[in-house]
Design a protein around this ligand. Structure first.
Ligand code: SIN
Length: 343
């Protein structure tokens, strides 16, 4: 199946999405007409051998087993169906039933509070992220997605991001003049500017190509994404900066969700809850495995910043926390800090 997330102008892309929604609508209608069957299309942008890819596949297998094949989850990984440019619109139009975007991608659709997860050095570890994502604050965030006709079903970790380029990026001076690919998050843009780099927003599926072509000089991601995208083939250096978190929210189209019978909704919710638990359990090991594979492959210089360099990085990005507080919402931030150790 071809990727359709790239450079289509907004109008024709919208037309195409409308067309797809019409097709999707009639397909859903057919599925409903056949009393036995239900199909859930789940689109995401990363490779299958990543925490999110594996959790999506686990969800598919659980739903298949528990519904005796009556409910089919069809997973489209690697932005094969939709990518960062159009997946949210595709979901809202009902061209797919579920997505699992990174939390950084909710700000631009009207939920800037999700960008609090992007704040550099906010979280000392994933346990502290979970105080939010698995608690009342996270639930409040998911509930608000209903304002955009989405149902927030649950959060999942990938892990901490690291910087990569064709040189080590261990302290702010190393970022001077670099064009760094980022996700569409104002917080990440401010972080890169604070470090002295120029942020360039690009879809995930376009990143490797842009690095290879020299359109951008570097990027940031957890190692599982770095490795499975083959970013080591187009960059020489990975710096284990662990400067910020990357996680996901699994979301569904509200109309679709409400159209399911109550027992089916319970079956699907339960399967997803278990798949997300599984994803959270394996996220760390997937990132560790990717780092081991990267080391074994050779050819990538892997550096760890010294404590003094980390101190410089932390100091440089401090203004991002104050400068972006109003965009994120000071009340959200206060609640997040209260949930985090020592806050
Ligand atoms: C993802 O993990 O879903 C993609 C992250 C990115 O766009 O960098």
């Amino acid at each position: 199946m071809g990727t359709i997330d790239t450079q289509l102008p907004g109008f024709s892309r919208r037309r195409m999405l409308q067309g797809l929604a019409a097709v999707a609508g009639s397909a859903a209608g057919l599925a409903r007409a056949a009393p036995a069957g239900l199909t859930i299309r789940l689109s995401h942008v990363v490779a299958e051998d990543t925490p999110k890819g594996l959790a999506a596949n686990r969800f598919q297998a659980l739903v298949d087993a528990r519904s005796g094949g009556r409910i089919a989850v069809v997973v489209y990984p690697d932005a094969r169906l939709y990518g960062d440019h159009d997946e949210m619109q595709a979901l809202q139009l009902g061209a797919v039933e579920m997505l699992a975007p990174s939390l950084s991608k909710f700000g631009r659709i009207g939920f800037p509070e999700f960008e609090l997860f992007d704040l550099p050095y906010l979280f000392p570890d994933v346990a502290n992220v979970r105080r939010i994502t698995q608690g009342a604050l996270g639930q409040r965030m998911l509930d608000r997605l209903g304002r955009q006709r989405l149902v927030g079903l649950g959060f999942m970790d990938n892990g901490f991001k690291h910087m990569s380029a064709n040189r080590p990026l261990l302290e702010p001076a190393h970022f001077e003049g670099l064009r760094m690919r980022i996700q569409a998050s104002r917080v990440i843009a401010a972080q890169m500017r604070a470090l002295g780099a120029r942020p360039v927003t690009l879809a995930f599926s376009e990143t490797r190509r842009a690095l290879a072509a020299g359109v951008v000089d570097g990027t940031e991601n957890p190692v599982s994404n770095f490795w499975t995208q083959g970013m080591h083939e187009v960059q020489t250096d990975l710096s284990l900066t662990q400067h910020a978190y990357l996680g996901y929210a699994f979301v569904a189209n509200q109309r679709f969700w409400e159209s399911m019978s109550a027992p089916d909704r319970t079956l699907v919710s339960e399967a997803l809850r278990e798949a997300l638990y599984f994803g959270n359990q394996i996220a760390d090991t997937q990132n560790d495995k990717a780092l081991t594979a990267l080391r074994e492959a050779g050819g990538t210089r892997i550096d760890v910043p010294a404590p003094a360099q980390i101190a410089l990085m932390r100091k440089a990005v401090e203004p991002v926390h104050t400068g972006l507080a109003r965009r994120i919402g000071t009340a959200w931030l206060d609640d997040a800090r209260k949930a985090i150790d020592g806050g």
